[in-house]
Design a protein around this ligand. Structure first.
Ligand code: PLP
Ligand code: SF4
Length: 345
């Protein structure tokens, strides 16, 4: 497994970066097309002497982003088809996304919503937020509201507290989930006021987006500890990215770092078909091999669920690997050995 995955990493490293003026012109074209932002906290994590630095790869624009493939789509997971009112995505009966803001602290080069996010694409207007909250109020099957964007935690604690209080006041909403990259991108923004703003009498989970173990440095760990110490359970989501975390040592170290922060790894996303991101995508077979290797070597606390968001808006599905034989009579153990579960008939 190690041999396979390290070959994979080195193949990702055969793309020599462009240099000189050509590169600059290409990068200007990328920046004109997609938002770019790197915070001081993220800049600190970048090793400028490493041409293949996994942090830089996630945030520094690359000429390959101009290479748009036929299979790629500006709305890769089909949000638009499930948007009943501005800011709400209602794909599953019992839960909705509430996109409160379309800006982020950093812009990930592989972002699945890269056509929708950017600076100056501000928060939902007061009227749009009121309409979105009305929609949630009127639909009593909505058990959970997921604040996302963009990054909802770039809003001021005052605005976050307003949204949280409005959601908590809806009887049928029992769980509020917040998807964010801020504890990594700007840990200093996870202030006491922000933590207070997130606390209501409803169960609130914070889901951190992190893709490389180095993202969980001292400051990010302290920011996560402030949330968890306040009684807010944390989960994580990571994107499987070529040249960033597509080897078992890196992926395992990421999952361990998360567990050490009291963050339970939740999803490992197969990279979506967002425009100009082909250089980040692995195959699903590679992802399954990595998941098998994780299962073989790491604690159950370090096992995310590997999911694919089905293009077209059909939702997420786990994509394996499978351990139970198709006939339900054999099962594979963590060493890759097969066992009979029920005797063959
Ligand atoms: C991802 C997503 C969710 C959350 O899905 P879970 O499997 O519950 O984490 C909810 N709504 C939409 C539209 C989504 O894309
Ligand atoms: S933080 Fe999330 S929404 Fe923002 S650019 Fe990164 S992946 Fe996209």
């Amino acid at each position: 497994m190690t041999a396979v995955t390290s070959t994979r990493t080195s193949s990702a490293r055969t793309h020599a970066p462009f240099v000189g003026r050509d590169r600059l012109a290409a990068l200007e074209q990328v920046a004109a097309r997609y938002a770019v932002a790197i915070t001081p906290a993220v800049a600190e994590l970048i090793d400028a002497t490493d041409a293949h630095d996994p942090i830089a790869r996630q945030f520094v624009p690359d000429a390959r982003e101009l290479d748009r493939r036929d299979e790629e789509n500006g709305d890769p997971i089909g949000d638009a088809a499930h948007t009943p009112v501005e800011g709400v995505v209602h794909r599953y009966p019992d839960r909705v996304l509430l996109k409160v803001v379309n800006a982020c602290a950093v812009y990930c080069r592989f972002c699945f919503r890269r056509e929708m996010v950017g600076p100056g694409r501000g928060a939902l207007s007061g009227a749009a937020l009121a309409t979105a909250l009305d929609y949630i109020r009127r639909n009593s099957q909505i058990w959970e509201v997921i604040l996302t964007g963009g990054d909802p935690l770039v809003l001021s604690p005052r605005r976050i507290s307003h949204v949280m209080a409005a959601l908590a006041a809806i009887d049928h909403v029992k769980v509020i989930r917040v998807h964010t990259r801020l504890p990594v991108a700007a840990p200093e923004k996870i202030s006491a006021a922000l933590v207070r703003a997130l606390r209501t009498d409803k169960a609130t989970f914070v889901v951190l987006h992190a893709n490389h173990p180095r993202e969980l440095g001292k400051k990010a760990r302290a920011a996560c500890a402030r949330l968890v110490d306040a009684g807010i359970p944390m989960l994580s989501q990571s994107v499987l990215l070529r040249g960033v975390n597509d080897d078992v040592e890196t992926l395992g170290a990421l999952m361990r770092a998360l567990a050490e922060c009291r963050i339970k790894p939740y999803y490992l996303h197969h990279a979506d078909l967002a425009p100009g991101t082909a250089h980040f995508r692995t195959t699903i077979a590679e992802g399954q091999d990595l998941m098998r290797a994780l299962h073989g070597r790491y604690s159950g606390l370090c096992q995310p669920c590997y999911v694919l968001d089905i293009p077209g808006g059909f939702g997420k599905s786990p994509v394996g690997p499978r351990y139970l034989g198709a006939d339900g009579r054999t099962i594979e153990d963590f060493n890759g050995r097969q066992h009979d579960y029920l005797p063959p008939q």
